[in-house]
Ligand binder design. Structure first.
Ligand SMILES: [Zn+2]
Ligand SMILES: [Zn+2]
Length: 108
């Protein structure tokens, strides 16, 4: 007694499909679809379309997450840069000074 013409919602297997999403082509129930610019699309495609056109939902998440990462990266980079500068300066000071006088350091 299964009616094959009657489609079910992709998210809710028990529920009858109310509309078909034109973006992904899947069937969804009334709860899983929303109207976007005159078209009826599913929630997944709605956020995708909204972030692509309006940048209302998806656009904010990335910069808010990326900023601390960039700040942390810059901080670590500056630490390594400072360490590298210190290592570059130190042997020069040792050479010019009398620190290495006791030890024999041959260049060739
Ligand atoms: Zn969809
Ligand atoms: Zn549903």
């Amino acid at each position: 007694m299964i009616d094959l013409t009657r489609q079910r919602c992709l998210n809710h297997a028990q529920r009858e499909a109310a509309a078909r999403c034109p973006e992904c082509g899947h069937f969804y129930c009334r709860e899983c679809i929303a109207e976007h610019e005159g078209r009826v699309v599913c929630a997944k495609c709605l956020t995708k379309l909204a972030s692509a056109s309006g940048r209302d939902t998806g656009g904010k998440a990335l910069p808010a997450l990326a900023l601390p990462c960039v700040a942390a990266f810059l901080f670590i980079w500056m630490c390594f840069f400072g360490l590298g500068q210190a290592l570059l300066v130190l042997p020069d000071a040792f050479h010019s000074g009398e620190f290495w006088q006791g030890e024999s350091r041959e260049e060739e």
